[in-house]
Design a binder for this molecule. Structure first.
Ligand code: VLZ
Length: 134
């Protein structure tokens, strides 16, 4: 049975989000607010079509894509830098490469037990987030 990320997920841990935001060039005042947030993710998966809505009391970010189809991503409300994004399956992991001005930018989602994991990468920084079902 293929992996299904669908559901509503609450952040329970967030390791080095600060380093990730610094690597993205997010300003100090925004980082101070953003690192206090406990975002929720609503994921709707239909085969290889994904809707990932990250919401918080401060800002939201919506991403929709199909696995294997490159798309332009605007990162609006994050660092606002455009990039070309491509999401692929690597076994049961969902891997996104975000090609643009920032080197080594991307993320990986996977399930581990009942938890949703997310690794966010930019330059030499790695942020590790864990979510539990709401
Ligand atoms: O997630 O790329 O699930 O986009 C944080 C919102 C959203 C809080 C982080 C405001 C998006 C932060 C992380 C202000 C700087 C991300 C992907 C994988 C889908």
């Amino acid at each position: 049975m293929p992996v299904d990320f669908s559901g509503t997920w609450n952040l329970v841990s967030n390791d080095n989000f600060e380093g990730y935001m610094v690597a993205l060039g997010i300003d100090f005042a925004t980082r101070k607010i953003a690192k206090m947030l406990k975002p929720q993710k609503v994921i709707k998966q239909d085969g290889d079509s994904f809707y990932i809505h990250t919401t918080s009391t401060f800002r939201d970010y919506l991403l929709e894509f199909k696995v294997g189809e490159e798309f332009e991503e605007d990162n609006k409300g994050l660092d606002n830098r455009k990039c070309k994004s491509l999401v692929t399956w690597q076994n049961d992991k969902l891997v996104c490469v975000q090609t643009g001005e920032k080197k080594n930018r991307g993320w990986t989602h996977w399930l581990e037990g009942d938890d949703l994991h997310l690794e966010l990468r930019c330059e030499n920084q790695v942020c590790k987030q864990v979510f539990k079902r709401a």
